[in-house]
Design a protein around this ligand. Sequence first.
Ligand code: FE2
Length: 453
Amino acid sequence: MNTFERIAPQARTTTHEGYMPGFGNDFETEALAGALPIGRNSPQRCPYGLYAEQLSGSPFTAPRVANERSWLYRMRPTVQHFGPMEKLALPLWRSAPVVGEADTPPLPMRWGPVPIPGEALDFVTGMRTVCAAGDVHTHAGSATHLYHVTRSMEDTYFYNADGEMLVVPQVGALSFFTEMGVIDIAPGEIAILPRGLKFKVRLVDEAARGYVCENYGAKFTCPERGPIGANCLANPRDFLTPVAAYEDKDGTPCRLIVKWGGAFHASEIAHSPLDVVAWHGNYAPYKYNLRHFSPVGPVLFDHADPSIFTVLTAPSGEPGTANVDFVIFPPRWLVAENTFRPPWYHMNIMSEFMGLIEGVYDAKPEGFVPGGMSLHNSMLPHGPDYDAFMKGSFSPDAPHKLDNTIAFMFETLFPQHLTRYAAELPSFQADYPKVWAKLEKNFDPARPVWDGD
Ligand code: FE2
């Protein structure tokens, strides 16, 4: 049974218990009846003695379509969730590789999966940066991480001031207890945690492994559909934002870790910062089941660009040029006639980091395995390996379903640079470029029709 078969029955339930559907809605939710002020944001005295606090995800004067903020009604204002800050060393979670720490060769690169370590690692201490570009201080670029989790966060909390985090599980389910509610995700689903949101992460299974895109730029949003129209791709109703939930935990040693300006600091406090009893607004975490993505593609001939599989896009400010696109390659029918159906050979200005959640990726049937990853940097060549090329060139011209596959891509404007961690991983496949070595020169000016011989 693949991930999609496991998730599909749950996804067909008629309600979303614990979640509110919609993308970018102006939500309102309260975990205690009457906790949410009605008709105003900051009454003179909030119900139940709560404090009102605004969390802004955009400048106050951003255009209405991009203006995001929420009002949180909490037991203590966030200023009380800070104590003296001590610098925390998390050298494997990088915001940008130090120049010269590792060579980033101008070659396609690929890694096998990294085994989940035996040591105790939570979602923060288990974060390992693979590559990055840009700058947290200028809100441009992103970092790509692997996470390995063997321990839940119980009294440890975290927030990331540098970027929003897109979490792509590959092994094991996780439960994110955030200020604004609880998000549970399993492989085949994703979660998006906005910049500035406090949360802790609990294991649901024995251990967990996956990928994270830390987006320093503008928030992810749904791509325009253009001539596709009002439906298909990722539909807004399939994005789920949690209802309010809180911890009323006092007198217990708690620790808040903050990522700010590329550095980590920790503060000891005596209460849980997850004390938001009610909230309303459009700046909130959400999850999405990739099984709900409705792919669109060629129905007669030729091969569309992979942008048709964009789930979420984080704009750069330049029209059509994403700071990061999150793209998936889900199960789908291939029906194009007289067409080379696998992805073609190409060089792109964008950089492509790929991961495989499960199954087989059609352009790389060997070597690219679930939990693995590849990096095809800006203006570096790649495409189908020899077997995929031959199969794509000579398969019967009949409809064919790609099944048991779910790969994804973080496609970014900026060339990516490796961390030393990634460059020295034992699972690095130094011989990856050899997957194209068997491709032969088939050109023969005397034979206009190539039959493979
Ligand atoms: Fe590519």
